[in-house]
Design a protein around this ligand. Structure first.
Ligand code: GTP
Length: 239
């Protein structure tokens, strides 16, 4: 097997992906497949952590758009990520992959508090670390949590696992002539307003020279391909 390109990765999985084809709830088959793929990456000797979204259960921004107080809606969204994290931890341990679940919002009966040095220590011991509850603050997305945690623990790359196979110059669902980028800079993505991540997350990655690989998680084996550096999506990099 080809050597991994990265020795330390943070995988950002959108909550919607856990919902399988429907995009809602938690689909056990999908969860099992993700767990198997994440374990395979860990098996390559790569330090692996995961930030998980909560959109399959509740999306803060949508709640706010429907009239809810934004902070309350975001707290609901953060709690949704905890539910997904527990499900992913269970799935990973079923395939015998050791994990630790760390939360940004205190709930010590359920999972460990996020402590940076502890997260690093867990990784030293070969555990897959799952970060939940976003950054613990409203008005921030789980993409921003991914950028923040990746910078904090020294991950070399964010692997953004989504339902599309990269970043396009316009919405490929609406435009037949949409062109996919193989590579783009953070600055260019920001300037063009491309929906890679929200601007806060993208800026944080740019400031910390943190590359992002955007790829389609629906294709089996893609997480390992991304780790090996195969050209399967779009790379957002400083240059
Ligand atoms: P090392 O001792 O460094 O190897 O790490 P460890 O995680 O095995 O040790 P620890 O005694 O901290 O944790 C044992 C188990 O308890 C692990 O499954 C942890 O995830 C869990 N755990 C640790 N702290 C907390 C906490 O504050 N709340 C909850 N719910 N679980 C915790």
């Amino acid at each position: 097997m080809t050597h991994p390109k990265y020795q330390s990765v943070l995988i950002k999985v959108s909550g919607e992906m856990l919902g399988g084809a429907e995009g809602t709830g938690v689909n056990p088959d999908t969860l099992r497949r993700f767990a198997t793929e994440i374990k395979a990456v860990r098996g390559l000797g790569v330090r692996t952590s995961v930030v998980i979204g909560g959109g399959n259960i509740f999306r803060g921004i949508r709640g706010a758009a429907e009239g809810m107080d934004r902070a309350s809606a975001d707290y609901m969204g953060m709690l949704a990520t905890v539910i997904n994290g527990i499900a992913l931890q269970d799935a990973l341990e079923r395939v015998e992959c050791e994990t630790r679940l760390l939360t940004a919002i205190g709930m010590s009966e359920i999972c460990e508090p996020y402590i940076r040095r502890r997260a690093i220590r867990h990784q030293d011991k070969g555990r897959v670390v799952i970060f939940v509850a976003g950054t613990g603050n409203p008005y921030f997305t789980t993409d921003t949590a991914a950028a923040l945690r990746a910078a904090e623990i020294g991950a070399e790359v964010i692997l953004k696992a989504t339902k599309v196979d990269g970043i396009y110059d316009k919405d490929p669902c609406k435009h037949d002539d949409a062109v996919r980028f193989d590579r783009i800079t953070h600055l260019d993505a920001l300037a063009r307003g491309l929906k890679v991540m929200d601007a806060t997350a993208l800026s944080l990655c740019m400031d910390n020279q943190l590359p992002i690989v955007v790829f389609d998680l629906n294709v089996e084996g893609n997480i390992a391909r991304a780790v090996r550096g195969e050209p399967i999506g779009t790379v957002v990099a400083p240059r």
